[in-house]
Design a protein around this ligand. Structure first.
Ligand SMILES: [Zn+2]
Length: 209
């Protein structure tokens, strides 16, 4: 690490820029389908996946000890819900390194880019993971009845509103930084500005009362 890496830490923090992906992911996660916990079904699926030791699962991508679960299919694809969710067939044991390196990439692309695997190992692994994924049934969001469509529209409107509030909160934070939080009178003046609406301030835990 070099001294220059401190640079990004010294910049003002933006709630919107730093957290908009987290919010989008939270909304997608909330809509995604999920399976009930069924120990026998999970163990059978893991054995079929080739896991040798159910007391210490291995990362499906590199075979080192797994510490987390990777969603084979991302919940969101090209900005739209993918239909897959928190289902046994869509979750595989994974180490933290592979999980972060895979990120949002399709699992086939991630495996094909692995220089440590031979072509036949890649093919076998992809087939095994596809068989595992077939245990998960994706849900279709496009053929909803009108009542559900209305609820879905409301749901995404709430997401948009939250993102807008985050941007407003950033504006308020910027104003407060500029006006120096240390001076109580300047702070009070900043809080009474019209551009800092009450709801945005409440959202970040500051009220002007
Ligand atoms: Zn791994």
């Amino acid at each position: 690490m070099t001294p220059k890496t401190i640079r990004s830490h010294l910049a003002p923090y933006s709630i919107f820029s730093k957290r908009k992906t987290t919010i989008a992911h939270a909304f997608a996660s909330a809509l995604a389908p999920s399976d009930e916990y069924d120990e026998a079904k999970i163990e059978a699926a893991l054995e079929a996946l080739g896991q040798q030791n159910l007391k210490q699962l291995s990362c499906v991508y590199c075979e080192r000890p797994a510490q987390t679960w990777d969603h084979l299919e991302n919940l969101v694809k090209n900005g739209k819900l993918n239909g897959y969710g928190h289902q046994v067939g869509n979750l595989v044991p994974c180490c933290r390194d592979c999980n972060s390196q895979k990120g949002g990439k399709p699992f086939c692309d991630f495996i094909n880019a692995n220089a440590n695997l031979t072509d036949s190992e890649k093919l076998n692994l992809i087939h095994r993971l596809e068989a595992h994924l077939s245990l998960a049934k994706p849900i279709e969001h496009s053929n909803l009845n009108s009542e559900d469509q209305e609820t879905l529209t409301k749901f995404f409107t709430l997401q948009t509103q939250i993102l807008k509030l985050m941007e407003k909160a950033d504006q308020c934070a910027q104003m407060l930084r500029i006006r120096k939080m240390a001076e109580p009178s300047a702070c009070q003046a900043a809080l009474s500005e019209e551009s800092c609406p009450d709801q945005a301030l409440r959202c970040i835990g500051i009220t002007n009362r």
